[in-house]
Design a protein around this ligand. Structure first.
Ligand code: IPM
Ligand code: MG
Length: 356
């Protein structure tokens, strides 16, 4: 029997309440599929600033390094907006990505059949189904490059540097090609190679790695064109691989095609097996504590954890199927539609448990 150690980073805003639902669901799958889960909690983000003065205490990094996997709620809120840039809750998030070497961020954009009407994109454009996997490089590029302030011609100026090394591009490309092999064998690499030198190196490197994957059909899009293609013909995409900043922007866009940001999960993976799993939405401080937050993205993040880190694919399938079943009848307010029953955060967690 497998025994997993999971660290919970509940974070801020709605973080604690949605993570609590995901824990209920993970416990239910453990009971059903015959494994055990042991939890530990650690601080990240605003709650860590309040308790320790910094958004990412060393203790949090240590605990996460020893865990089989990490589940994160969300971080941030207006309370910490006045913190200096390097001490904001978001800096804690970037810090943990860097400290754990989580270079590969998987962001699936899928439409759940019962929620099709929620997409702002017309049915005939979406076509049959939407199932895109965005693979975003997460520990390099402009997010982690040299940055600073200086003076230019007597005026204050600021700069951030976009830089990628060949090994950084190679490893993210391989993650994307491997995923494409397990899906529909189509990979779109997104860059701005008509302007940026770092993008030209990105493209050359992805083309070289593609020789290891002769079965995968590779194409390249400039990021501006990709942003447009996502809206006019999202069905053309299978796997998309791109840099940190382009992936940040395109994954928000792709998530809106699915109509409900409260539904989408993500995985951040390192070279090893353990990873960090989190919903792609934020901490929604305006609705924190009201019992109306949608816990499904966090619950679906647990499904990704079971699939990618814990080798429990059947348990992952069970969660995803349970979510689809529950959605036919029950909705949290953010995805409510006439003819369905409105339920609270807690009720939604219970319904998913019962459907497993
Ligand atoms: C995301 C978020 C973060 C990012 C912020 C909160 C630092 O937008 O995970 O997409 O830009 O990576
Ligand atoms: Mg983002």
């Amino acid at each position: 029997m497998s025994d997993y150690k999971i660290v919970l980073l509940k974070g801020d805003g709605i973080g604690p309440e949605i993570v609590n639902q995901a824990v209920k669901v993970l416990d239910k799958t453990a009971e059903k599929f015959g494994f055990t889960v042991e939890y530990d909690e650690a601080l990240l983000g605003g709650c860590a600033i309040d308790a320790t003065g910094v958004p990412l205490p060393d203790e949090t990094v240590e605990k996460c390094k020893k865990a089989d996997s990490v589940l994160l709620g969300a971080v941030g809120g207006p309370k910490w907006d006045t913190q200096p840039g390097n001490n904001r809750p978001e800096a804690g998030l970037l810090g943990i990505r860097g400290a754990l070497g989580l270079f590969a961020n998987l962001r699936p954009a899928v439409i759940f059949e019962p929620l099709k009407g929620a997409s702002p994109i017309k049915d005939e454009i979406i076509g049959g189904a939407l199932d895109i996997m965005i693979v975003r490089e997460l520990t390099g590029g402009i997010y982690f490059g040299e940055k600073g302030r200086k003076e230019v011609n007597g005026n204050p100026a600021a700069y951030d540097t976009e830089m990628y090394s060949v090994p950084e591009i190679e490893r993210i490309a391989r993650v994307a090609f491997d995923l494409a092999m397990k899906r529909n064998k189509k990979l779109t690499s997104v860059d701005k190679a008509n302007v940026l030198e770092s993008s030209r190196l990105w493209r050359e490197t992805v083309i070289r790695i593609s020789k290891e994957y002769p079965e995968v059909e590779l194409n390249h899009l400039y990021v501006d064109n990709c942003a447009m293609q996502l809206v006019i013909n999202p069905g053309q995409f299978d796997v998309i691989v791109t840099s940190n900043i382009f992936g940040d922007i395109l994954s928000d866009e792709a998530s809106m095609i699915s109509g409900s940001i409260g539904m989408l999960a993500s995985a951040s993976l390192s070279e090893g097996k353990s990873g960090l799993y989190e919903p792609i939405h934020g901490s929604a401080p305006d609705i924190a504590g009201l019992g109306v937050a949608n816990p499904l993205a966090t619950i679906l993040s647990v499904a990704m954890m079971l699939r990618y880190s814990l080798d429990q694919p059947k348990a992952a399938d069970a969660i995803e199927n349970a979510v689809s079943t529950v959605l036919k009848e029950y909705r949290t307010p953010d995805i409510y539609a006439e003819g369905t029953k409105k339920v609270s955060t807690d009720e939604m967690g219970d319904l998913v448990c019962n459907a497993i």
